[in-house]
Every structure is written in C-alpha cells, then in structure tokens.
Design a protein around this ligand. Structure first.
Ligand SMILES: Cc1cc2nc3c(=O)[nH]c(=O)nc-3n(C[C@H](O)[C@H](O)[C@H](O)COP(=O)(O)O)c2cc1C
Length: 446
C-alpha cells in the first residue's frame, strides 16, 4: 500500500514525470495502473491507458486527425464543427484528434482550415470543444504549419526551411522561399499561442503535426532542410525546431494538458528522414514531456500514410507501419499510437497484444462511420469498412472522404454510394467556393 500510494502521489505531480530520469518509473506506473484499472471488457482495445501526465484514456482507440474544411470565411470554427465533433465524441473513441488547425493565416493547408492567430471566434471554439469532449472524450487540436505544402489556391508564396520546391505541378504549389532566421524563431511562439488558446477554449490537449511533409516534417528531412544555421545539419539540429515547439507548448499550457506529436516512421524517400532518425527523435520527444506519439509516414510527394506504395501483403496484413512501430516502441518512453491501414478487430488486437503500439489510430473509416469505436468495443462488428478499396478512380479517395466529413458537419447522413466522379466534382467545387469566400473576405479587408 505504501508503495502504491507513493506511486499515486508521484503521478499526481506530473511535472516530476517530465524528467528523463523518471521515464522508467513512469512506465512502471503505467503498467501498474493499467493492471489495477482494467476494463471488464476483455478486448485489448477496451483497456484504459494512463498517459505520462496522469490523464487516463478510456480505451485504446484514437480517431486520427482528418482535415474537415468546415471553417467560415474568417477561418473560425462553426456549427458544422460542433455537429461533426459531437458525433465523434458520441462514437466512443478515447481520443479525438482534430483535423489540422493552422497557426498562421498566411499559410493554409486548404481554404476551410480553422486558424488560430488572434482572429477571434473563441465562443465558436468553445462550443466545438464542448461537443468534442462529451462522453469522456479527450479532444486534442492538431496544430500545424504547412510550409511548402500550402496550395497555390490559398498561398502564392509558401515558405520552407530551404527554397526546395515540391516535385509536384507548379500550378498546384508555388515555389517556396527559405524562411529567415526570425521567421523560424517565431514558429514555436505561434504553436504555443495556438495551444494556449486551445486550452482556454476547452480542448484537453494538442497534437503538434510533425509528419506528412508539413513544416516541422520539412525541417526534419535533409532533402528540404539545407540550412546552415542552428536549425540545419545533423538530426539533432534538424529536430531542434520540433523540440522547441514542444517545450514552448508545455510552457504555455499546463502539466495535465496532453501534448502529442504526429511523426513519420520514415519519409520513404531516398536521402529523406529515415527510420533510424525517427528512433532518435522518438527518444528526445520522450524526454521533452510529450504524452503520446502518433506514428504515420510519407508526405505529398510520397503519400505512404494512405498506403500508397505499400506491398499488397502489407495492405492485407493491415497497419502500413507495423514493422517500424515495433522498433519505435523499443525506443519510446511514452505511449505510441499507430495509424494507417487498420481495418479488422483481429489486426488491432494483435498489434496491441504484441506491444507494437499502445493505441490504434483510425482515419478513413471514421469519416463515414463515426460510431465505429462503440461498435468494435461492443462486439457489434469485427471490422471497419475499407471504403477506399471501392472508390473508382482511386485518386477520388481524398475528395470522397472529405465530402463525407462535410455531410456530417451539415447534419446529413454520409453518402456511402457516392461515386468517384461525383466526389472529384463535389470536392473541387467545395474547395473553389471556400477559397473564393476567403478571397472575397480578404478583398473586403484590404
Ligand atoms: C480526408 C482525410 C483528411 C486527413 N487529414 C489529416 C490531417 O488533418 N492531419 C493528419 O495528420 N492526417 C490527416 N489525414 C491522414 C490520417 O490521419 C491517417 O494518417 C490516414 O488516413 C491513414 O489512416 P487510415 O488508414 O485509418 O485512414 C487525413 C486523411 C484523410 C483521408
């Protein structure tokens, strides 16, 4: 009992857990707590998980971040977020990570992004947070800067660590310019301010987006980061911006506010951010008071996160990054969520059972079936629908899933029979309309 109460007192003081020397003890605490707090439901997916900061997740399912494009012409949250996140919160996932929210309105990922940069809209953000935290749900805002992956439709002059263009049509993405030292130094401040506002609005955490080729991911890869100042060079220097962001976010929030990082297991590009480098960054993130790392992979040039380029056997086995997750788990001192390709309960259970990850991230299935976690946990189904397999042409996939999110936001039912051609048309129309509203607003304010 003495040891147990010591452990409890220790976990009640999360600041102490942030120090690297404590990671071993923190891990023992998690094992101890998981044993004593287990769910009567025998599924691994149903077991609670205690994060390093003492927050308990009610099960092992995370709704992966999915860009919604539902903001108004001032890039503020709307009623449509409230409806969509209300459905996800009711759906039973322990953690719902939002679609990426931008920290600087000059650099959008798409026209309907929410932006947090002092543009007001706090009441709408509060309503959004209230809906998304119902049902004991942890709601984490994914905060992001797209860097060179800001489309021309919303950004004529993107920035990047170095002026390296995307190997994609220039008509879609303008040539980036290298950020000045002052601009780089401003990045942690902006992430921290967005996190502070997220907390003030009622979000229970943030996820720093350092994957999929966005700005922090660009800093990690020598292919885009050719800087000769303190932010470029070896992996320690390339990772220093991410680590400064995490430190600034922690300082601007509180010990019980969850901080997650989404990180690539690898960029899967010759000479890019490698798995060996990923393992080093995972270790440093553990020392930097992060509560959970979500593992994915790839970027716009190499969309491995959607299974592109994966072997047929990997897609069939599910979990595109499972082999990497096994290595990452060995290096990690904080819980790991693995996202990408999970569709069957059997594969999710197996990954948790063997300890390849601590949480299962679900993306595309959640665009349609917002109650999937409940149905998996209750035994109503043993699989997620692999909608992506029946979308023709396959390139319509992203638009198809985005339109399902819009349907939820509008209070409609998802359209499972939507054709690929209609999805392309509908998605392009939606993006153009939203971009025009944005430009109209900018035009008026000029
Ligand atoms: C419509 C859509 C939007 C997405 N938006 C984001 C995003 O905002 N941030 C992010 O990190 N990943 C985003 N992703 C990637 C997912 O989080 C996830 O990594 C990917 O879908 C693979 O998981 P799945 O096989 O379960 O779908 C998005 C994926 C889709 C399909």
């Amino acid at each position: 009992m003495g040891a147990a109460s010591d452990i409890l007192r220790f976990t009640n003081d999360p600041k102490k857990l942030v120090h690297s020397r404590c990671n071993r003890l923190a891990s023992d605490v998690r094992v101890w707590q998981s044993r004593t707090m287990s769910s009567p439901n025998p599924l691994h997916l149903a077991q609670p998980l205690t994060l390093p900061n003492g927050i308990v997740l009610k099960n092992r399912i995370g709704k992966a971040p999915l860009t919604e494009g539902l903001a108004d012409a001032l890039n503020r949250a709307t009623e449509r977020h409230v409806r969509l996140y209300g459905r996800w919160a009711a759906g039973g996932a322990a953690v719902v990570v939002t679609g990426n929210v931008q920290i600087d309105r000059r650099y959008l990922e798409r026209p309907g992004n929410v932006v947090i940069d002092g543009n007001g809209g706090l009441d709408a953000l509060r309503a959004y947070a209230q809906a998304g935290t119902a049902n004991g749900t942890q709601l984490w805002m994914q905060i992001n800067h797209p860097g060179r992956q800001a489309p021309r439709r919303v950004c004529e002059q993107p920035v990047a660590p170095s002026a390296v263009p995307l190997a994609l049509p220039e008509s879609a993405f303008a040539h980036p310019r290298a950020m000045t030292a002052d601009e780089v130094a401003d990045v942690p401040r902006r992430f921290a301010e967005a996190a502070r506002i997220a907390r003030e609005a009622g979000f229970t955490g943030v996820q720093v987006h350092a994957a999929h080729g966005y700005l922090l991911s660009q800093f990690l890869t020598p292919l885009v980061n050719r800087r000769e100042d303190r932010w470029g060079g070896d992996i320690a220097s390339r990772a220093s911006l991410l680590l400064e962001v995490v430190r600034a976010v922690r300082t601007a929030t509180a010990p019980d506010f969850c901080i997650s990082v989404k990180l690539n297991s690898s960029d899967f590009q010759q000479g890019g951010f490698s798995n060996e480098e990923c393992l080093m960054v995972v270790k440093w993130l553990g020392e930097a008071s992060v509560d959970l790392i979500e593992i994915s992979g790839g970027n716009y040039e190499k969309p491995a996160m959607m299974g592109s380029g994966a072997k047929e056997s990997t897609v069939r086995r599910e979990a595109y990054f499972l082999d990497y997750a096994r290595l990452i788990k060995q290096a990690a001192t904080v819980p790991v969520m693995l996202t990408g390709g999970f569709r069957t309960l059997a594969a999710m259970e197996a990954a948790l059972e063997e300890g390849a990850c601590d949480m299962i991230g679900l993306g595309r299935p959640m665009c349609v079936d917002t109650d999937l976690p409940n149905r998996l946990l209750n035994g109503d189904t043993d699989r997620a629908e692999a909608y992506e397999e029946r979308i023709v042409p396959a390139k319509a996939g992203l638009g198809w899933f985005c339109l399902q999110l819009i349907a939820h936001g509008d209070g409609r039912e998802p359209d499972r029979a939507l054709t690929g051609d209609d999805a392309i048309r509908g998605y392009v129309e939606n993006e153009e309309k939203t971009a025009a509203a944005l430009q109209g607003r900018q035009g008026r304010s000029d």
